[in-house]
Write a protein that binds this ligand. Structure first.
Ligand code: TGC
Ligand code: FAD
Length: 406
């Protein structure tokens, strides 16, 4: 497989028209405000102009389309619901969700870039950082001048981050950080990393580590068949001196990183509706145009079963996301409600990608269509930000009061 590169010399924009149309079977648009619709439509247009013409080529070459970072910042994809004071959008949670939906309609890797920057890097700096940290980092992250990454997962601690061994030891005006993180989106190109590590009391602490700090490296992970247009790496810390002013002062324990995950999981619950809609839209059009046995394949009952079930599941997912959005706007969305929506909607999108692939027959495995790329991407989305089964156990815990993780 081709390695990630930071240049795009061989890539020319495809002239193929992106014919995507959104689908709204239950008039969910009537539940949205004019601002929501404006935000959604402008991101949809940006994706058509900037992402669709290049994404297959970047995914094929396993390259991150880094030149899109500036455009992502311009459309307000980085920290859309954080305050304008820090260069962010000051939008509501439904606008944030709709931005993620449109980005993931283009590619899950592009949505990932926005999720990590906004929900996993900017949000903790905003929520848990000092005002100095906010002013130092947030405007640069919002404008795309800085790229951030989020280090929670370790080689031996994925679903169970509480077992992490990365640690800090007090050394006067600094902490000394040692350990390693694995599967970190954007780490090889990040200017700053939000890192979670245990202190001497065994409490999880969060901190901002700047690239270039001696002892800190971020090797790339190669060979992914999923999220190929996203860059993933490790974080390695060998006696890294982290100034005390870079450590979030008041948050201790797993609640810190898990609260950031709630923000990002919320965005994923919306995002994957975009991938599902793209697969459905393509399958509907293809089935009306493709003829076998003398008629369009859309005229066969078995194809209609697939299409009818797809639009039913998309509609249910839209309603779930919208209701979750209204709860989030009121500050009432619980982590367990977010888990349910992440799990349901990602699984829904993956199943739709598989059905859409069948409707496209052999063409469905080619890069002529977006289906196979979405399907491969969604395998990661099913696993990161809490696996499908971990989210089921979170719901189980919530409804029974008994936790079954351990
Ligand atoms: P547990 O005892 O349940 O919880 C510890 C403390 O955290 C609180 N809490 C949460 N707070 C806010 N939001 C949430 N979602 C929360 N979940 C739990 C909880 O109330 C408690 O607070 P306190 O004050 O009482 O201490 O912790 P546990 O160790 O039993 O673990 C529970 C479990 C398994 C659900 C959790 O560890 C988990 O969610 N595991 C999955 C790990 C995960 O999702 N990793 C994702 C890594 S980041 C990533 O994948 C980025 S991909 C980015 C991209 O490219 O888009
Ligand atoms: P494991 O935890 O080892 O799980 C393996 C299997 O065991 C899964 O099916 C799981 O459901 C199951 N399992 C585990 N525990 C239980 C249990 N108690 N009961 C039942 N089944 C269980 N992490 C970051 O911190 N930052 C990032 O930016 C980031 N980006 C990522 C990008 C990509 C492309 C990928 C693939 C991952 C990324 N991750 C990131 C890591 C991701 O969050 C983890 O992969 C995920 O949390 C699962 O951890 P694991 O891979 O170690 O699997």
């Amino acid at each position: 497989m081709t390695n990630h590169q930071d240049h795009n010399t061989e890539i020319v924009k495809s002239t193929k028209t992106d014919r995507f149309q959104g689908h709204d079977y239950y008039n969910v648009d009537d539940l949205l405000t004019t601002e929501h619709l404006l935000v959604r439509d402008s991101v949809r247009e940006w994706v058509k102009q900037e992402v669709s013409p290049i994404i297959e080529q970047y995914a094929e070459r396993a390259m991150y389309p880094r030149h899109l970072v500036k455009g992502l910042a311009e459309i307000g994809a980085f920290g859309p619901s954080l305050p304008e004071k820090y260069g962010c959008g000051g939008l509501d949670e439904i606008s944030y969700g709709l931005i993620m939906q449109e980005l993931e309609r283009g590619d899950s890797g592009i949505r990932s870039a926005a999720s990590v920057q906004g929900s996993l890097v900017m949000y903790p700096i905003y929520k848990y950082g000092t005002e100095e940290m906010r002013m130092k980092y947030l405007p640069k992250l919002a404008s795309g001048e800085f790229i951030g990454c989020f280090g929670l997962t370790e080689p031996d601690h994925g679903s169970n981050p509480g077992g992490m061994i990365t640690n800090i030891v007090d050394d006067g005006d600094c902490y000394i950080l040692n350990g390693a993180k694995m599967w970190i989106t954007n780490s090889p190109i990040a200017d700053v990393a939000v890192v979670w590590a245990k202190d001497e009391e065994g409490k999880v602490r969060g901190m901002v580590v700047e690239a270039g700090t001696p002892g800190f490296s971020a090797p790339e992970i190669h060979g992914k068949w999923s999220l190929r247009a996203s860059i993933t790496g490790e974080l390695v810390f060998e006696d890294v001196r982290v100034p005390k002013e870079n450590v979030f002062p008041d948050i201790k324990g797993l609640r810190g990183p898990l609260s950031c995950l709630s923000k990002a999981r919320y965005g994923i619950a919306w995002g994957v509706i975009g991938a599902a809609m793209d697969c459905y839209d393509s399958a509907l059009r293809y089935s009306l145009e493709r003829e076998q046995f003398g008629k369009p394949i859309a005229g066969f009952q078995l194809t209609q079963k697939k299409l009818a079930e797809m639009i039913t599941e998309i509609t249910k997912a839209q309603l779930l996301a919208w209701r979750l959005g209204t709860l989030a706007n009121e500050g009432k969305a619980t982590p367990a409600q977010i888990s349910m929506a992440k799990r349901n909607n990602v699984h829904m999108a993956l199943e739709i990608a598989r059905e859409a692939r069948q409707i496209h027959g052999g063409m469905g495995i080619t890069q002529e269509y977006s289906i196979m790329r979405h399907m491969m991407n969604l395998e990661t989305v099913l696993t990161y930000e809490g696996t499908h089964d971990i989210h089921l156990l979170i719901t189980g815990h919530d409804v029974t009061g008994l936790q079954a993780f351990k």
